[in-house]
Write a protein that binds this ligand. Structure first.
Ligand SMILES: Nc1ncnc2c1ncn2[C@@H]1O[C@H](COP(=O)(O)OP(=O)(O)OP(=O)(O)O)[C@@H](O)[C@H]1O
Length: 642
């Protein structure tokens, strides 16, 4: 046996039978015995990867399924981890939001999923309901946790082997379990009960495996919105750069006669972030100090229901006039309350001429209000959010001054006051701030009347009696009180006074938002490992099969790289003893995780010719990778981010 930096050839630590199969497992552990049995099985049937010496490694043995005394797939109570998918399980197809749950009920696997038994190809029953699930007795399986992973296994039995055995198990309440043919099985808890109601009922296995289709679509569309560019031939009037902003894309119709303002998406070259630019056409600021003295206060205002103002450009010449430009944070595919509820035809769309592609927000389905307006729950949610924003603005000694349906944007579940601060620059108002704030409350009342009646101008004096009648007939006394209070000009009033009228509804909105946050956090924690594994894969592929590194011609075939090459085969190119590819995503993910952590667990790697077997631990492999990657970086001029 040779040893070099932790490499061990042919053999490995001398262990007695049944010892040390699972590192850190007690000797009497049933999992340990199970692994030992599998090891013995491997002795009888030969190694799983090419010819070679018996496996005697301090690690769970990786054996193609058909070589084992075959357990039927284990039935964990809930498994919804990516790691559990077979490699041929592809991510969920993009389904437009409005098509989800639509159409006839489709039984059987979706066309792109292939984790069903292969027999089903011979006897396809696409529209037949699935056969009743035969519950495998749970007590036939043993369960043992190790290093955060729960292994399910059963003792060898006389059962016939079924190499292609996959099961799809209908779980209870939103939980569908897909078992792959892999030996390892990751077990994850079901989402918290209070979160499941926000997920909707999954209509197929996919929805429990990946980020929910609605959220995926929403995020993808937002990403596309970020990426849109305009064709300069189609928009010759849009400048290439506006100071440090570039890549301007109009968010509303431009080029109309006598337009006084326009809105664009842009990227800042300073920080690479996206901004929403509101341009006021031909507005030369003569007395900057006097007109912009409130800008700094607006910039300091941070609130979840207010779009932050970041910068104001005075007398900008990029549009060949003296424009006033306000830069706000950009929220992709945000739409105004006006377009959402009153003018759905005008929904914010990007038309990407380069791709001939329209992007709309699948979540932002226009909700046209009927003759009796929006439902009361929705209105209360708006009231609470607008009140929260106004409370912050008024507490800062400012007034919104532009509270109307066109200046409130919807972004996901949230609504936000947009374009704040513009009125203070365009038209500095010397009336007492209290009076300006009172006017905000009046405008707030108008918005509620519009939403409740389904008519944007229902608050107008001539229409108000009719609107009031409709509201009295259809809405609660609390809502009528809020409107009455906001429209009452007789007394001094503050936004805080509507809190008692909101009452317990506040908690409902807060709980809903909290639950949504929990769902998003859950999704994030499932996906966050992807980046780590991607970085690892990128490093491995940067190093492997490189023809040469500087002057070293055989670099990729020697030393540490040779170890990594064998490891690549161990991870990705496992074969059965008949030479068929053996694919198990769980194995791949687990190996990469162990490499990333640099565990001391050992594996046996076999060269393709079968003439070399190497026993090595993950910690050493990790060092090989890091060292090779560093060597490569030392020879390059590129800046590489870790
Ligand atoms: N912070 C933001 N991020 C992304 N989009 C935004 C943001 N603020 C506003 N928008 C979008 O900019 C567009 C503004 O154009 P729109 O014509 O609807 O409003 P407006 O110009 O105020 O209306 P009007 O011309 O009637 O006064 C809207 O589509 C709105 O959704």
């Amino acid at each position: 046996m040779q040893s070099n930096e932790g490499y061990q050839f042919d053999g490995g630590p001398n262990q007695g039978p049944g010892q040390g199969q699972g590192q850190g497992l007690p000797a009497g552990s049933r999992l340990n015995q199970y692994l030992a049995n599998n090891s013995r099985q491997a002795l009888l049937t030969g190694p799983s990867f090419g010819p070679g010496t018996p496996i005697n490694v301090n690690a769970p043995i990786f054996i193609p399924k058909h070589q084992q005394p075959q357990p039927p797939p284990p039935p964990p109570p809930a498994v919804n981890q990516f790691a559990q998918l077979a490699i041929h399980d592809v991510p969920v197809q993009m389904i437009p939001f409005n098509q989800i749950n639509a159409g006839p009920q489709h039984y059987g696997p979706p066309p792109h999923m292939s984790h069903r038994p292969s027999m089903q190809h011979h006897h396809p029953q696409p529209m037949a309901p699935p056969p009743p699930h035969v519950q495998v007795p749970y007590d036939r399986y043993h369960q043992e946790s190790r290093g955060g992973t729960t292994y399910f296994y059963n003792e060898p039995s006389d059962q016939p082997l079924d190499a292609e055995h996959y099961h799809e198990v209908d779980g209870n309440e939103g939980g569908i379990v897909v078992n792959t043919s892999g030996v390892f099985c990751y077990n994850a808890p079901l989402p918290l009960a209070h979160m499941t109601r926000f997920r909707g009922k999954p209509n197929s296995t996919q929805q429990t495996q990946f980020i929910s289709p609605e959220l995926r679509m929403e995020l993808l569309n937002r990403q596309l919105a970020f990426d849109t560019k305009v064709d300069p031939n189609l928009y010759p009037e849009i400048p290439q750069n506006v100071e440090h902003f570039t890549n301007l894309v109009p968010l509303e119709n431009t080029g109309m006669q006598n337009q006084s303002h326009s809105t664009y998406k842009a990227i800042s070259c300073r920080d690479g972030n996206f901004y929403c630019l509101r341009r006021i056409h031909g507005n030369r600021i003569q007395q900057p100090g006097k007109q912009t003295h409130l800008v700094e206060q607006w910039k300091k205002l941070v609130h979840g229901n207010i779009v932050p103002l970041r910068e104001v450009l005075l007398n900008c010449r990029a549009f060949e006039d003296y424009s006033l430009i306000f830069a706000y944070d950009y929220y992709p595919l945000a739409e105004t309350l006006m377009t959402k509820h009153f003018d759905p035809k005008n929904v914010t769309n990007f038309y990407d001429p380069a791709n001939n592609f329209r992007i709309t927000s699948p979540m932002g389905v226009p909700v046209s209000l009927g003759p009796s307006g929006a439902n009361e729950t929705m209105i209360w949610s708006y009231i609470i959010q607008i009140a929260a924003a106004l409370r912050a603005i008024h507490a800062s000694g400012l007034a919104c001054r532009t509270l109307d349906l066109n200046k409130i944007i919807c972004y996901g579940n949230k609504i936000m006051l947009s374009f704040c601060g513009i009125a203070d620059v365009l038209d500095p108002d010397s009336t007492p701030i209290q009076q300006q704030q009172n006017e905000d409350l009046n405008m707030f009342g108008n918005i509620i009347v519009s939403l409740a009646t389904g008519r944007a101008n229902a608050w107008r004096k001539d229409l108000y009696p009719q609107s009031k009648k409709l509201i009295d007939e259809n809405f609660s006394i609390d809502l009528r009180n809020v409107i009455g209070f906001l429209h009452n000009n007789g007394s001094r009033k503050t936004i805080n006074e509507i809190m008692p009228m909101i009452g317990g509804r506040f908690f409902t909105v807060m709980e809903n938002m909290q639950a949504k946050t929990d769902v998003l956090e859950g999704e994030l924690s499932r996906e966050m490992e992807n980046g780590r594994l991607l970085r690892l894969l990128a490093k491995m592929n940067t190093v492997l099969e490189r023809v040469e590194n500087g002057t070293e011609e055989g670099w990729s075939e020697t030393g540490d790289r040779f170890m990594l090459k064998l490891f690549r085969d161990y991870v990705f190119h496992q074969v059965t003893d008949q030479g068929r590819a053996w694919l198990d995503m769980a194995h791949i993910v687990q190996c990469l995780n162990k490499l990333d952590c640099g565990t001391l667990e050992k594996i046996e790697m076999v060269a393709r010719g079968g003439d070399t077997q190497i026993i090595i631990d993950y910690a050493t492999l990790k060092k090989c990778l890091e060292k090779s990657y560093r060597e490569l970086m030392g020879n390059t001029m590129m800046i590489v981010h870790r």
